[in-house]
Design a protein around this ligand. Structure first.
Ligand code: DGL
Length: 268
């Protein structure tokens, strides 16, 4: 089991922002990443459709022998994490809406959160909100259209800037000093967000915390790869290989094999 890979998946390429952090703190672990880019985005799908696709993705990773699954998707975590933990034996790590670190950081007591509709609608966000938003003004904004731009590799262009300005300017107008990125695709916009916010807003991305939690669970379950093991990164996608390759290079994940999935992926 120790030598088996960690499975990480997302509706698309967004979860690579989590992979990058996992690789930094778990350099001996091999990773199988599954991007369901052919069915992306999940953020506006019904719960039952999201659950159906999620179970396919997990089935695929478990059939490859993954010892632990990181759900590198806020939307899937919001919709399905409890169901997944009840159904499968492997440990699951999900994405947390990073309201806790944001509430600690904000001096203005004004926070912005950018996420998908389904993430905001989920129990997890509502509970975290109640726990940490006391006395803090939280401006929530669904980032409709942003995921699609990343999937097409258009996250640095003029259209992306316009859309982000539309979402961020009202938050800046009320004086937020902290912005939570509640979707794993959004760190791809970091440069643009920093430019629009004039580098005056702290951007909080939970990816590093998720990587730390992954390390903790791996140690607790005693399934860490031996120190002398060399890691491998394999990228599976239901979408296009070429776009994926460009994004992988941009995010500096260098050692990779890319496999494009065709046909039905069997459930576990
Ligand atoms: N990366 C996913 C998330 O974190 C994107 C969801 C979508 O496909 O809309 O929520």
């Amino acid at each position: 089991m120790q030598n088996n890979p960690i499975g990480i998946f997302d509706s698309g390429v967004g979860g690579l922002t989590v992979v990058k952090e996992v690789q930094k703190i778990l350099p001996n672990e091999s990773i199988y990443y599954f991007a369901d880019s052919g069915n992306c985005p999940y953020g506006s799908k019904t719960e039952s459709e999201t659950l159906r696709l999620t179970q396919k993705n997990i089935g695929f990773l478990l059939n490859q022998g993954c010892k632990l699954i990181v759900v590198a998707c806020n939307t899937v975590t919001a919709v399905a994490i409890d169901i997944l933990r009840a159904k499968y034996k492997v440990p699951f790590i999900g994405m947390e809406p990073a309201l806790k670190p944001a509430s600690i950081h904000t001096k203005a007591k004004r926070i912005g959160v950018l996420a998908t509709e389904n993430t905001f609608n989920g129990r997890l966000f509502k509970e975290t909100f109640q726990k940490y938003a006391n006395g803090i003004e939280v401006h929530i904004q669904p980032g409709n259209g942003l995921v699609e731009l990343v999937e097409k590799g258009n996250h640095k262009g003029e259209h992306a800037r316009k859309l982000l300005e539309k979402y961020l300017n009202p938050m800046l107008a009320i004086g937020i000093d902290t912005l939570v990125l509640g979707c794993t695709h959004y760190p791809f916009f970091s440069e643009l967000i920093t430019s629009i916010t004039h580098n005056e807003v702290k951007i909080i991305d939970p990816a590093r915390a998720v990587a730390r939690q992954t390390k903790k669970i791996i140690n607790e379950f005693d399934i860490a790869a031996p120190k002398e093991t060399c890691c491998e990164f394999t990228f599976f996608t239901t979408g296009e290989k070429r776009t994926a390759k460009n994004l992988l290079q941009q995010i500096m994940i260098k050692t990779f094999k890319i496999k494009q999935m065709t046909g039905e992926i069997s459930p576990f």
